[in-house]
Design a protein around this ligand. Sequence first.
Ligand code: MG
Length: 344
Amino acid sequence: MSTATSPATVLLDCGSGGKASQRLIADCFFRHFHNPILSAMDDAARLDLHGPLAMSTDSYTVTPLVFPGGSIGTLAVHGTVNDVSMLGARPRYLSCGFIIEEGLDFALLDRVTADMAAAARAAGVLIVTGDTKVVPRGACDKLFINTTGIGEIIADPAPSGHRARPGDVVLISGSMGDHGLTVMARREGLSFVSDVASDSAPLNGMVEELLRRTGDIHVLRDPTRGGLATTLNEIAGQSGVSITVREADIPVRENVKNGCSFLGLDPLYLANEGKLICILPQEKAETALEAMRASPYGAEAAAIGTVLDPDDGPAKAGQVILETPIGGRRLLSMLEGDQLPRIC
Ligand code: MG
């Protein structure tokens, strides 16, 4: 990288910490992410926060890097913003770490970085610190991104997986399986799965509206890897309750249903990147549904089930029961193994 112009691909010395890295950081990351905190260019970002705080980190390794409805860049912002939000927090700042394989197309890195910047702007968070490493060909697959998010908890008490109580209602903010099926179809080149797109979206606005209108929410969680089924099992286990959900009330898009049945996948185990589960007292369910539907990402919000006392219900503590449309009941167990690696 001896010329002043950017090369078409990222070279090893772009991660050296010297002039080539400075050029990459200026031409790509600073150009897209610029804000006063990042631009101070000190060893650490100076933040203005008021506790209690929520913090979450995630590494994104999705393949392919770009897919209908988003990219690794949108996921890296939405995934972390959403995890921070699930604690009843207002996400404020993100860090980002890029691990780049030598030879990555610079235009692709620029596209992904632009996606991250746009997603951060839309979610109202600032990317305030970052790191770039370039590794030799084969040492990673094109591009991995880590983001850490920090936010101020605005709910008291904060929602938690431990707080589901018998009698509570289980709500979801929209259709299940869109992200998982989209990435899978794109990766495998399945042209018959058309018109599907990832639901990748920031949920912090919806969470604020939910908290504002309903007050105390017992549980908020985004059903990402492992899907709705796995996430409900986690909550049932943490809270020591059982949960029953009605299959007929769980929104699944027709094309996702069809794609899943062709591939032998269950949409209830597929990852979502722009949906949340909300568990709260029965009397607040209607207000919560209205709050979700007021968000651009919650039009299909639905009540799908109930939290049960394991001592006088059909299931044991930690179990999730699916009521089928014909009146049957089956255990909805946690995902075994990883049916779709590198989905986010
Ligand atoms: Mg989560």
